[in-house]
Ligand binder design. Structure first.
Ligand code: NAP
Length: 283
């Protein structure tokens, strides 16, 4: 007789799960929201552009989800924290927070302004950290919850001409590692998502130097699918690279001088090909 198949990981039921998703108006977040809606989650969607948020919300409602939209600029961490508190209050608690919103900053440090540095750190690090801190007491009181932080490959291995962006994403990685340790004995799970180059608007956002990277881009749905698996518990890993560029991060740790020299050579070649000077890197 054939052996019984091993039971696979069981997906947690997401129907009625109260989920706060930032960066829902475009890219990865806009791909993720309908996937969560289709699983029956109740969604609070955050972005800046109310029109784009409404369009994503309409798709989610067609799938039967209860949805609220929140147009908030996460470059203001106090407003971000207040948003998290009010969503939690209005929903009678929060089961999942997906800190996905993020803004690029492709600028070499000699041309970077203090305001660009401040906005990038606020949007990509301080706001997700403060939003998590705002909802954590409720999750810990119920001994249940999921925190998903979307960092970047640039948060594990730096990219030329993106010091502010990489600093903000490194900060989010370090924060997530330590947070996972602090919550280890609780029922609150922490996950870190490390996207590589994904086909979204991030490459064309105004106020950035042109990108160096011109290779193939992964569809945003691939990252969105990976996040669903973390939220529903079918993927229990702390950290997920999409695509899997972990070997490059490992190479960087093992051979930092070679990594720096290789990254500079890559940036120089991209700039020579573009015929310009002093431009930027990847998303
Ligand atoms: N695409 C990539 O290659 C790549 C690679 C590594 C990591 N990531 C990370 O993946 C996450 C999602 O990015 P994406 O690729 O989907 O980019 P995207 O298409 O540009 O979307 C970014 C999302 O974040 C929101 N957002 C940006 N700044 C905000 C602010 N100050 N306040 C509120 N919302 C803000 C945007 O809202 P509005 O459109 O309404 O302004 C949008 O919904 C980001 O954290 C990004 O750093 C992306």
């Amino acid at each position: 007789m054939a052996p019984e198949p091993e039971p696979g990981p069981r997906a947690e039921d997401l129907s009625g799960a109260r989920i706060l998703l930032t960066g829902a108006s475009a890219g990865i977040g806009a791909a993720l929201a309908p996937l969560l809606a289709g699983r029956g989650a109740t969604l609070a969607l955050c972005g800046r552009d109310p029109g784009k948020l409404d369009a994503v919300a309409a798709r989610c409602r067609e799938l039967g989800a209860e949805v609220t939209t929140h147009a908030v600029d996460l470059a203001d961490p106090a407003a971000a924290e207040e948003l998290a508190r009010s969503v939690e209050r209005a929903g009678g608690g929060l089961d999942v927070i997906v800190n996905n919103a993020g803004a690029p900053m492709r600028r070499r440090v000699p041309g970077l302004t203090v305001d660009e540095l401040r906005r990038t750190m606020a949007t990509n690090f301080e706001s997700p950290a403060r939003m998590t801190m705002a909802v954590l007491p409720g999750m810990l009181a119920r001994d249940r919850g999921v925190v998903v932080n979307v960092s970047s490959f640039g948060g594990r291995a730096a990219i030329p001409a993106e010091a502010a962006y990489c600093a903000s994403k490194f900060a989010l990685c370090g924060w997530s590692e330590s947070l996972a340790m602090d919550l280890w004995h609780s029922g609150v799970r922490v996950h870190l998502v490390v996207p590589g180059a994904i086909a979204t608007d991030i490459w064309d956002r105004p106020g950035n130097d042109p990108a160096h990277f011109s290779g193939e881009l992964e569809p945003p749905g691939t990252v969105a699918g990976a996040i669903v698996a973390l939220v529903d518990g079918t993927d229990g890993r702390f950290e997920v690279y999409v695509p899997d560029l972990s070997s490059i991060a490992e190479f960087k740790t093992a051979a930092i001088e070679d990594f720096l020299a290789g990254a500079v050579a890559f940036a120089d070649a991209a700039e020579a090909e573009a015929g310009g000077a002093g431009t930027g890197g990847t998303g």
